[in-house]
Design a protein around this ligand. Structure first.
Ligand code: COA
Length: 328
């Protein structure tokens, strides 16, 4: 059986930067509050680009770095909760078209901030089953389109961006283990209530702002810290790996305090931990591949490095992954 290996990574962020000081002029907040409670200073906002545009640019970088020809990609999967269109066509089909990838399997998945871990799980299974050889995965979000810019409790947290990776059949530097899970009973704590079949699009839905993201931040925070800490401890124990053996811990970037809590529990050093939330805020499914790309471009991530990923998000969904980086 061939192993699945993450052989390249890429990312793209829109050019417009929204600072905490800009937000001070929009809602009743302060730079001090945002930095202290979240660790976020800036986030990128897409003005004239949609989700598939961000995704296409990230995917192109990952594709070029993979050294593969486009014709060798046989599946493209996009994780997003801010797709180009509500129902169809999928964002993945649009990205495939933008990249001139013909006749590939293309579909979207919805796992909110855990999207990239779910993508890895699916791509690994496809490759190990022998059904695909090279799978392009993309986490892409235009969260600015589902944010109520008058709600200070959510608008300071999120940003736009995309990250991509190529997963290929290889003999070494494999994806070692992945755990994904969910608890739908807590779905209401992080939800866009409108425009689905429960509350179809209507003037009332717009008036009540049900098309925007609603979050019980404090409750989400507590569950995220507990769940992520347990998940990360479990995957390391299961694979008999000590935290000091991990070269890079690349967590989902939602809130610096959540990252710090897990980091402390595992005794990770600053050198082991990749933190980009200060620059980009929470970019949901894009946050892990964006952080991985930053580590790669700055020379912190090298071929053969042992990486630990974790994420938690709406659904609730969560997951973790252990892999050796296969990129050059
Ligand atoms: N500026 C100033 N004050 C704000 C604010 C803002 N942007 N947003 C909320 N507040 C206020 C609240 O109104 C509240 O005021 P009150 O005490 O007078 O009622 C106070 O700050 C504390 O609010 P609380 O929600 O308890 O703060 P918190 O310490 O939990 O931090 C979050 C809020 C959202 C930053 C934090 O809960 C969080 O990060 N949650 C998880 C987010 C997340 O991970 N989401 C996605 C899952 S991946």
């Amino acid at each position: 059986m061939k192993k699945a290996s993450l052989i390249s990574v890429g990312a793209y962020t829109p050019k417009h930067i929204l600072t905490n000081f800009d937000l001070e002029k929009m809602v009743d907040t302060s730079n001090e509050w945002i930095v202290k409670r979240t660790g976020i200073n800036t986030r990128c906002i897409a003005k004239d680009e949609v989700t598939s545009d961000l995704a296409t640019k990230a995917a192109l970088v990952a594709l070029q770095r993979s050294g593969l020809d486009k014709s060798e990609i046989d599946a493209l999967i996009c994780a997003t909760v801010t797709p180009d269109y509500f129902c169809m066509p999928s964002t993945a089909c649009k990205i495939a078209s933008n990249l001139n990838l013909n006749n590939v399997t293309a579909f979207d998945i919805s796992a909110a901030c855990t999207g990239f871990i779910y993508l890895l799980d699916i791509a690994k299974s496809m490759i190990e089953s022998g059904s695909k050889k090279n799978v392009l995965i993309v986490g892409a979000e235009k969260f600015s389109s589902i944010i109520d810019w008058s709600d200070r409790s959510t608008c300071v947290l999120f940003g736009d961006g995309a990250g991509a990776a190529v997963i290929s059949a290889r003999d070494d530097n494999e994806i070692i283990d992945i755990h994904t899970s969910s608890d739908g009973s807590k779905g209401d704590l992080l939800i866009t209530p409108g425009c689905g079949t429960v509350n179809p699009a209507s003037q009332e839905v717009l008036d009540k702002k049900l098309n925007f993201l609603h979050m019980a931040g404090n409750e989400v925070f507590k569950v995220a810290v507990q769940t992520l800490t347990k998940d990360v401890v479990d995957i390391l124990e299961k694979n008999k790996i000590a935290s000091e053996q991990v070269d890079l811990f690349i967590p989902h970037q939602a809130n610096l305090r959540i990252i710090e809590a897990v980091k402390q529990r595992l005794n990770f050093t600053d050198e082991q931990c990749v933190v980009t939330v200060s620059k980009y805020g929470n970019t949901s499914s894009a946050s892990i591949p964006m952080a991985m790309n930053e580590a790669y471009e700055s020379g912190r991530l090298k071929q053969g490095d042992l990486i630990l990923l974790d994420a938690f998000g709406g659904g609730f969904t969560w997951g973790s992954a252990l892999l050796k980086f296969g990129g050059k």
